[in-house]
Design a protein around this ligand. Structure first.
Ligand SMILES: [Fe+2]
Length: 194
């Protein structure tokens, strides 16, 4: 009698199996869940010792909440008139959950930039190759004569929790050309989130 070893049916491969072509065992869905938990922990006061006494209305602020071999988790405060520039996350997957306020994201679709607004509670995942620019979104902002956006009231923090896996080590930055293509302008070694 012979025994035939059956190959596993890829349609029913368990979700936790690490995709062979990715540099991390975590999936975008894992990162979304992790950032959601990060938001809950911030709101529960788990990271109160890391938070600033006052939210700076001008300079963007970020602190690392979790760091290990698999991932970095960051809490970021977004300020008006600050753009991250179009960038990727090199060999890292990413995800975010908005904790308070709103963000707007311009994502390169391959032909142009698609805009979406992410409000508190909204989530986004960034697969490999994702190129985007993220900014604070103030729906009630007033356009000044110089073209800058001015907030009509006191600055309230816009916060989001981000996860990157493997932890960020580099990012490339891009410009959209007159021919509606993307041109890489520089690459930076960094573990700071954008
Ligand atoms: Fe980013």
């Amino acid at each position: 009698m012979t025994t035939t070893l059956r190959r596993p049916d890829p349609r029913f491969e368990p979700a936790h199996v690490r995709p062979a072509n990715l540099p991390t065992r975590l999936r975008p869905a894992d990162l979304l869940r992790i950032t959601d938990q990060g938001v809950a922990d911030v709101l529960d006061g788990v990271y109160d010792h890391l938070l600033p006494r006052h939210w700076d209305p001008v300079e963007r602020w970020a602190t690392r909440l979790v760091s290990n071999d698999d991932l970095d988790v960051w809490l970021i405060s977004w300020t008006p008139d600050r753009s991250t520039e179009l960038h990727d996350h090199a060999g890292s997957l990413g995800a975010l959950t908005v904790l308070s306020g709103s963000l707007r994201e311009y994502r390169w679709t391959g032909q142009d930039l698609a805009l979406r607004v992410l409000d508190a509670g909204d989530q986004a995942a960034f697969p490999l190759g994702w190129v985007h620019d993220v900014q604070r979104h103030d729906p009630l902002a007033i356009q000044t004569e110089s073209g800058a956006q001015a907030s009509p009231g006191p600055i309230t923090p816009t916060l989001s929790v981000h996860a990157y896996s493997p932890p960020l080590t580099a990012m490339s930055f891009y410009a959209v050309t007159d021919h509606a293509t993307l041109r890489r302008t520089r690459t930076e070694l960094t573990d700071e989130p954008e």
